[in-house]
Write a protein that binds this ligand. Structure first.
Ligand SMILES: Cc1ncc(COP(=O)(O)O)c(C=O)c1O
Length: 441
């Protein structure tokens, strides 16, 4: 469209979130991938698609259908309706999700406190929409922050205040300070969003003692915690996983956000939220926060596709409701890739006296490693990396809610082979050398 062509609307007349970097970020990163399809992508946080199996999708659907008839006693006509008709707003696999959380995470939940959502993304949106009651409300979030959370907050006009992550995964002194600062300013911090396990993008995890201290602080400050846990199952080989915040939560402080995108199939678009907080309504009626979220959901997506839920349900049933059991192959591939990436970085970026250091994180699991380099990393550099070097990654600036330059990039190991990691790292090393030479010259 030429600049002179008449327009019907301008972005300035639409919701202010449109045009905000938090919303345009994902599209930009997807566009770069499309622009350089031949590049090795260490950018995508997608699961490894060679494991996808179309035939298994049909089988899972059948398995769940049989479960409805054989285990739950639904007459065939009703089972057919449950799968193909409009359905229960809170979902039809809530009982299996509750079982999965008990089996894998030792989290005890009433299935009525679960809302099955269109991906974890919808779960975040529902929770933020519910918590944003008025202009004094703010959300705290450990920085760097998953951009999908920041974008969802923008859409409900909820400001996001960063909290330092620090070496422990969340800096409790800073969390206290931000709560106090907000209250002094007459604002109401509603919750703190964080990922205690292998966070996206930082890769950081919080140890058990610190999780307990965080829960104590949340109780002291009367703050909810939004625990997002898409990567927790993909731990490395270093001992057992720490318990989730929700498993340690005795005071209903934690709203737990789940996703089946990495553990089953992203294309199913199924996630969920556990919201067991008691909400007092008019006339003294008390019910779970899940019911309020369902009310919002009924006006956003009506209900999550029962066909998609059935695929997830079937996969759960086939593995005794354990996603740990269902993901042994995936976990070992991601662990191998993570180890390969870290070893590859060590080989390619040794400390050299005449050269500024390149540093990286060594996460205990998950998909992501953050590499810190001696120069600012921006979208222009990413574009040059794709075009001239054939390797893609994610500028860490996308995960900070300001415009300050950031000297770091995120690498993901989830959608590549070890061979592609080698090629990608060779190309990244060439880019870094070139950039250092340019800057020195
Ligand atoms: C931290 C985090 N939360 C939520 C999501 C979104 O999950 P879903 O695909 O289930 O909407 C992602 C996806 O990458 C993620 O990394």
């Amino acid at each position: 469209m030429s600049a002179a062509e008449p327009v019907d609307l301008t972005v300035a007349d639409l919701h202010p979130a449109l045009g905000d970097p938090a919303l345009t970020s994902m599209n930009f990163l997807n566009e770069v991938s499309e622009r350089y399809p031949a590049a090795v992508s260490l950018a995508a946080g997608r699961p490894y698609e060679e494991f996808f199996d179309l035939a298994a999708v049909h089988r899972h659907l059948d398995t769940f259908h049989r479960h409805l008839v054989d285990d739950l006693g639904h007459p065939p006509e009703q089972a057919r309706r449950l799968l193909l008709q409009y359905g229960r707003t809170k979902g039809i696999v809530h009982h299996l999700i509750a079982r999965n959380l008990a089996v894998d995470e030792q989290i005890t939940v009433d299935p009525e406190d679960v809302v099955v959502t269109v991906g974890c993304q919808e779960a975040m949106f529902l929770v933020l929409r519910a918590l944003r009651a008025g202009p004094a409300d703010v959300l705290l979030a450990v920085a760097p922050t998953y951009v999908g959370l920041t974008g969802a907050a923008r859409l409900v006009d909820l400001p996001v205040w960063p909290v330092a992550g620090g070496s422990a995964g969340v800096d409790l002194a800073d969390l206290s300070a931000q709560v106090r600062r907000a209250r002094v300013a007459g604002l109401r911090p509603r919750a703190c969003y964080l990922m205690p396990d292998f966070a996206n993008p930082s890769g950081a995890s919080i140890d058990t003692a610190h999780r307990q201290r965080l829960l104590d602080l949340a109780a002291q400050e009367d703050l909810l915690l939004l625990e997002d846990n898409p990567y927790g199952l993909f731990h490395g080989d270093d001992g057992p996983r720490p318990p989730t915040l929700k498993a340690l939560d005795t005071g209903r402080r934690v709203v737990y956000l789940g996703s089946f995108a990495k553990t089953v199939l992203p294309g199913a678009r199924v996630g969920y939220v556990v919201a067991d907080q008691r909400v007092a309504g008019p006339g003294g009626r008390v019910g779970p926060l899940a019911d309020q979220l369902a009310m919002i959901k009924s006006m956003v997506t009506v209900n999550t596709s029962p066909i998609a839920q059935a695929v997830i349900g079937g996969r759960l049933l086939e593995h005794g409701c354990s996603l740990v059991a269902a993901n042994t192959r995936e976990r070992s591939a991601y662990t191998r890739n993570l180890r390969h990436l870290v070893a590859g970085l060590t080989r390619r970026f040794p400390d050299q006296p005449d050269r500024p250091a390149v540093r990286w994180t060594v996460p205990a699991g998950g998909f992501f490693v953050v590499v810190t380099v001696p120069f600012p990393v921006d979208d222009a550099l990413l574009d040059r990396s794709g075009r001239d070097y054939g390797v893609l990654w994610t500028p860490m600036a996308h995960f900070y809610d300001d415009t300050a330059p950031v000297r770091a990039l995120r690498l993901s190991v989830s959608a590549v082979t070890p061979e592609q990691i080698d090629v990608g790292l060779d190309r990244l090393a060439a880019l870094v050398t070139d950039e250092l030479t340019r800057r020195a010259g």
